[in-house]
Design a protein around this ligand. Structure first.
Ligand code: SF4
Ligand code: SF4
Length: 213
């Protein structure tokens, strides 16, 4: 268990709602939920999740810290905004879902093999190298994220789409050699390094909390 997680458990012992209010984006809205269930009923994926949004808010108030933060439900949110458009109390549900996922990642207790979390990290690693997403490298990293054998199988399955993109110049093999970058990639990296330092200071530099959740 990470130092930061232990620190937060001690700081907010027995009051997970207060912890969420203080550390999760838009977390102070959770207490406004009246449990009507409209968000869960409107969420296109809610019925397939372990905990749809209304249940997440109920669990937060019931002090079920592990059940919420170790769930992969928040990671499945596609930001479709159906829930926000329909919530009678105007809760920024989408932001809270992403905020909870980010907080769990910062604490080091997000589900390890969660595919969205893995993709988010690959996307972040790719983007921050040059300031531009290298789509070819990102695609390959995505294919091979579950191992070499799986990667080859996926690449073969997708080969017609890949060849079509090459033919129509939607993708260039030259991107493999480095690809395009923003004008001041070093400047961008300096900004990100500073932001990481600020983030580390906030959590008492416990060796976790890399951006990109
Ligand atoms: S729609 Fe809004 S008030 Fe109703 S359960 Fe969802 S978050 Fe709570
Ligand atoms: S924004 Fe996320 S939680 Fe809300 S309805 Fe869409 S998928 Fe569900």
């Amino acid at each position: 268990m990470s130092d930061y997680n232990v620190q937060m458990i001690e700081k907010y012992r027995g009051n997970f709602l207060r912890e969420v209010e203080a550390n999760v984006e838009e977390g102070d809205w959770v207490k406004m939920c009246m449990q009507c269930g409209v968000c869960s009923g409107s969420c296109p994926f809610g019925p397939h999740w372990e905990h749809p949004p209304q249940e997440i808010f109920m669990l937060i108030r019931a002090n079920k810290r592990d059940e919420v933060l170790q769930s992969d439900s928040m990671w499945m949110c596609t930001s479709c905004y159906n829930c926000i458009a329909r919530c009678p109390r105007g809760l920024p549900i989408t932001h809270i879902m992403h905020g909870l996922a980010t907080y769990a990642k910062r604490l080091g207790i997000a589900p390890k093999e969660q595919p969205t979390a893995k993709f988010a990290q690959l996307f972040w690693n790719n983007l921050t190298k040059t300031g531009r997403v290298n789509e070819l490298k990102l695609g390959l990293a995505l294919y091979f994220m579950n191992g070499f054998g799986e990667g080859v199988k996926t690449a073969l399955k997708m080969k017609d789409i890949g060849l079509g993109m090459l033919k129509t110049k939607r993708m260039s093999p030259m991107e493999l050699l480095g690809g395009h970058k923003c004008q001041d990639a070093k400047g961008l990296q300096a900004i990100l390094k500073k932001a990481q330092e600020i983030e580390d200071a906030k959590i008492g530099k416990s060796g976790i909390g890399k951006a990109g959740a």
